[in-house]
Design a protein around this ligand. Structure first.
Ligand SMILES: Cc1cc2nc3c(=O)[nH]c(=O)nc-3n(C[C@H](O)[C@H](O)[C@H](O)COP(=O)(O)OP(=O)(O)OC[C@H]3O[C@@H](n4cnc5c(N)ncnc54)[C@H](O)[C@@H]3O)c2cc1C
Length: 484
């Protein structure tokens, strides 16, 4: 049975854009709008409506591709004037396609990708449409990083506004922990700057509250010294050796300093990554990756990474130094490229017990879906920030589990959904409370309150939503309902 992801918030509540509305909007925008006005007949329409997950097959009535804050204000104004509730697009990596409005209006930020680096003050200004790779490319030449995700093509805005976990989280915390200030276009069209001193409550909400409060047109991040080179170690395991390696992984992870990140991926088929011998390409393998998050030349880092790649019975192990921005951050891009059918599930690991490992490995050995099951080693600096200091929640987990399942034939959809749901259910005894808001899928909308930290925090967010977006104009997201 083929299927596409349900549209979520349907056009009935976001407003249909037909030919008449398109013409009216074009007229209202007039000279105010410098970006592209992309209707279904436009040459860029097909590319502009397509997102990462091929299961998302939405056809916006109109896409306004903005190039500046003024364009975004104009787009918000025309949406409001025409009773529309727009979707907002940055990198298009929302797993259920929140970036695209089916039949309605999409505000596309891909014309706002400028990054400037203030090396003296170690600040990075990034446009609201940047991808992670844009920021990495700008910061690397200065020996700086803004901690973000695990690949280069995810949008900065969606990732950072929902929290932002990645390779550097253990050392520096979440991406939203690096916010210094944000330029935001509110539902009213007003442009405000949110920081610890200006609109501090809005600033609190933007650190984890997602796209609920307005369109962020510019981020100012604190940057940290790093690189540009990284010491990285990889070990690969045949299926019969995977459980033992994961047992050693689970027992060592809690003892590690925050200058190292150690992660696991149970891969359906090993891609041709630089350290993989040709005979192992395409094989079902466990990969452990250790990253030294400090000076790549530090012998203490090399020594620790060498120790970690030696656990268990690796079929292959390698330790190398490579540029972070240009290589490490792009290693996963091809494996998770746009255009396949993807289904993901995230869970916070309370305990990676032996039985949990056996359950996971048994699932992986038979799993017909391509893609991988990831165990991401977090903890460290993420937990330095108090739970109530930001909208982001559940900071104290050491390990996060992510099922990133991929296939191409729509006929497999329901079977593969069921298999993934079942394994997540089977692992429940070892899963803790909460779910990452950025990984909420279309069938998890009943967990939005949990993702935002539970009823009390959700209510605080709801009151702020009522202040900054009382009519729930920004609703094409993991939505916070305005609370009077
Ligand atoms: C392949 C892949 C890898 C991922 N890796 C990581 C990772 O390493 N770490 C991690 O934390 N998460 C990761 N994620 C999850 C990711 O953080 C979320 O999917 C996030 O929403 C993606 O942001 P985006 O800008 O690409 O998405 P989009 O689909 O463009 O937008 C997502 C949401 O953000 C809103 N939004 C977008 N831009 C703005 C803006 N400028 N202002 C206000 N709201 C806006 C949108 O309205 C939408 O609701 C990954 C997802 C995928 C698919």
């Amino acid at each position: 049975m083929s299927s596409t992801i349900p549209s979520g918030t349907k056009s009935a509540t976001t407003g249909i854009v037909d030919e008449e509305v398109r013409l009216r909007i074009a007229e209202q925008l007039g000279e105010r709008f410098q970006g592209d006005v992309i209707g279904p007949d436009h040459a860029k329409y097909s590319q502009a409506r397509t997102v990462w997950n091929a299961m998302v097959d939405k056809r916006p009535g109109l896409i306004l591709r903005c190039t500046s804050t003024e364009d975004v204000v104009a787009a918000v104004d025309v949406a409001r004037a025409n009773g529309l509730r727009p979707s907002v697009r940055c990198g298009g990596h929302s797993v259920w396609g929140a970036a695209v409005s089916d039949g309605g209006l999409t505000i596309d930020l891909s014309g706002l990708r400028e990054v400037t680096v203030d090396t003296g003050r170690k600040l990075v200004h990034a446009g609201g449409g940047c991808l992670l790779g844009d920021v990495d490319a700008a910061t690397a030449p200065h020996g700086l990083i803004v901690p973000a995700g695990i690949m280069s093509e995810t949008g900065v805005a969606g990732l950072a506004l929902g929290g932002g976990i990645g390779w550097f989280s253990r050392k520096h915390g979440l991406t939203c922990d690096q916010f210094v200030s944000l330029e935001v276009v509110l539902a009213s069209g007003e442009v405000v700057e949110a920081s610890a001193t200006e609109h501090p409550e809005l600033f609190w909400a933007l650190r984890g509250g997602g796209g609920n409060f307005g369109v962020v047109t510019r981020f100012t991040f604190k940057a940290s010294p790093f690189g540009p080179m990284m010491c990285i170690g990889v070990s690969l395991y045949e299926p019969q050796d995977a459980a033992q390696a994961l047992r050693e992984y689970a027992s060592l992870v809690p003892t590690l300093p925050r200058t190292v990140g150690w992660h696991a991926a149970l891969k359906h088929d090993m891609p041709a990554l630089p350290f993989v011998p040709p005979e192992l390409v395409g094989k079902r393998l466990l990969m452990l990756v250790a990253m030294w998050l400090d000076d790549a030349e530090d012998p203490a880092g090399t020594e620790l990474v060498e120790r970690l790649v030696a656990v268990g019975q690796p079929a292959v192990k390698a330790v190398t130094v490579m540029p972070f921005a240009a290589r490490v951050q792009k290693l996963l891009d091809e494996e998770f490229e746009d255009g396949h059918r993807y289904y993901t599930k995230e869970a916070h690991v309370a305990e990676l017990a032996d039985e949990a490992i056996d359950t996971l490995v048994a699932f992986w050995k038979d799993m017909p879906m391509e893609g991988e099951v990831e165990i991401i080693g977090l903890g460290g600096a993420i937990g330095d920030v108090a739970e109530d200091a930001t909208a982001f929640s559940n900071r104290d987990y050491l390990l996060w589990l992510n099922f990133a399942m991929r296939w191409d034939d729509p006929a497999n959809d329901s079977d593969y959904f069921d298999r993934t749901r079942k394994i997540v259910g089977d692992l429940k005894p070892w899963v803790g409370k909460g779910i990452y808001v950025n990984m909420l899928n279309f069938d998890e909308m009943d967990r939005v309150v949990e993702a935002f930290g539970g009823p009390e925090k959700y209510a605080r967010l709801g009151r702020l939503k009522a202040r900054y977006d009382p009519e729930n104009f920004f609703r094409m997201n993991n939505n916070i309902t305005p609370l009077p």
